[in-house]
Design a protein around this ligand. Structure first.
Ligand SMILES: *[C@@H]1O[C@H](CO)[C@@H](O)[C@H](O)[C@H]1NC(C)=O
Ligand SMILES: *[C@@H]1O[C@H](CO)[C@@H](O)[C@H](O)[C@H]1NC(C)=O
Ligand SMILES: *[C@@H]1O[C@H](CO)[C@@H](O)[C@H](O)[C@H]1NC(C)=O
Length: 403
């Protein structure tokens, strides 16, 4: 009996240790945040362990876990949902059923998942697209671009670009009854990275006559040069994306190379050849004082010339859209950027905002001072968070008013 109690005490202590996570004071629904985070951490540990045991590649397990909640394309009373392909890239298409005399608006959406997991069929992405289609009476194109590591950069970008370019053709827009003057490019996390990169490249593409009216970037990843910004430092162990995982996602986007992963995790992956890019992501100049606080600026270490040579994508603006000159930024349309305080990617968003404003682009900034990365996905039971739902609402309201 006594030994059973001891076991029970040890087991409870372990569970509590695993489950309990010190959270900032202003966080809402703290227990639920911890609960969801402990599930995600368990999954991540299972993936890492099986990777080490040689059972399966880390991102395959990640993909398996993420896709376990996938839903088929089922139309509802308001929206017709179909899986089809644009330019050979699979897309999930959401078309409102409501008859409309006027032309419709459209949103081209890129899902998140670190360029190596996720899909438009994931329940929260499917739901988000339905809500946008329904509330805006808009056509939503949710893009199922190919994923790393099987398809490293530039494939995810190229698939994304090919889809946008296909959809923006006059005859395709006519086919779907879409107003060419009211199209948005959007995405979250790695998908916001793709959205930002696609929007930039569209501006200079002479073959593309129809340009997006707005872009909406939800906690975007925007730069590869400095993975030691104050937000990477302050939020290295916050839910739902820690610093090590983000560096791993970046490295897997470019290569299946554990040396690159380690170098990115220690921010020693750049070389003197990329010195000319550092100014585009120099947080010492680009962040507001309250985020810099007592952090000392350290220029990224020049330790990794072999990486830039082997994987030039690291310094390519199609992977890191912050790393372009003002002249390129100045052509961008009105931009919505959502940032979260407790997110390693927070400063990517803030730096882009500073630079876009400086280049004369109109920016609407929706900052959540009590939120974590990825909360937009927590809108379905049992992992629904009221803050996630508020974020989605504010985002859709902004689209509705500005598109
Ligand atoms: C369809 O639209 C109606 C009216 O706006 C709404 O009440 C209903 O909940 C919507 N159905 C779905 C499945 O979203
Ligand atoms: C990644 O690299 C590991 C070890 O080098 C190899 O076993 C694995 O098959 C590779 N995975 C992919 C998707 O290329
Ligand atoms: C970054 O900005 C700071 C402050 O303006 C400056 O002292 C530093 O030289 C800059 N570093 C680089 C590498 O541009």
């Amino acid at each position: 009996m006594a030994s059973k109690l001891v076991y029970l005490a040890i087991a409870s202590a372990l569970v509590a240790y695993y489950f309990y996570l010190p959270l900032p004071e202003n966080v809402e629904e703290g227990w639920k945040v911890m609960f969801i985070d402990s599930i995600l951490r368990t999954m991540s540990h299972v993936a890492q362990l099986s990777d080490r045991l040689g059972i399966s590649y880390y991102t395959d397990i990640g993909m398996l876990i993420m896709s376990s909640g996938n839903v088929p394309p089922i139309s509802d009373e308001n929206v017709t949902v179909t899986d089809t392909a644009f330019n050979n890239v699979p897309v999930r298409l959401f078309v409102p059923k409501k008859p409309s005399n006027a032309l419709r608006r459209a949103v081209i959406y890129f899902h998140g998942g670190g360029w190596c997991t996720g899909s438009p069929a994931m329940k929260p992405y499917d739901l988000l697209s339905r809500w946008i289609a329904d509330r805006l009476n808009a056509v939503v194109v949710s893009v199922d671009y190919r994923l790393a590591p099987a398809h490293p950069f530039p494939v995810p970008f190229e698939d994304s670009y090919a889809t946008a370019k296909y959809f923006l053709q006059k005859e395709i827009l006519e086919k779907y009854n879409v107003d060419p003057d009211r199209i948005c490019v959007s995405g979250d996390s790695a998908g916001a990275n793709l959205a930002a990169a696609v929007t930039q490249q569209l501006q200079d593409d002479n073959e593309v006559k129809v340009k997006p009216k707005i872009q909406a970037l939800i906690y975007p990843a925007l730069q590869t040069i400095d993975l030691d910004t104050p937000s990477y430092r302050d939020n290295s162990h916050m839910p739902y994306l820690n610093r090590k995982s983000m560096a791993r996602f970046w490295s897997v986007y470019f290569a299946n190379d554990s040396l690159l992963t380690e170098a990115m995790q220690s921010n020693t992956h750049v070389s003197s050849e990329s010195n000319h890019l550092i100014k585009f992501a120099n947080w010492s100049n680009l962040l507001p004082e309250e985020l810099k606080r007592d952090h000392l600026y350290r220029s990224p270490q020049s330790g990794g010339s072999q990486f830039l040579k082997a994987y030039p994508g690291i310094a390519d603006p199609r992977a890191a859209p912050l790393l372009v000159a003002d002249e390129k930024l100045s052509k961008l349309p009105r931009t919505y950027i959502l940032t979260c305080m407790y997110d390693v990617l927070r400063d990517d968003g803030f730096m882009y905002i500073t630079r876009l404003k400086h280049a004369g682009v109109e920016v609407i900034h929706d900052h959540y001072d009590n939120a974590f990365h990825g909360m937009l996905l927590f809108i379905t039971w049992p992992t629904d968070l009221s803050l996630g739902l508020r974020m989605v609402n504010n985002y859709i309201n902004w689209l509705n008013e500005n598109l």
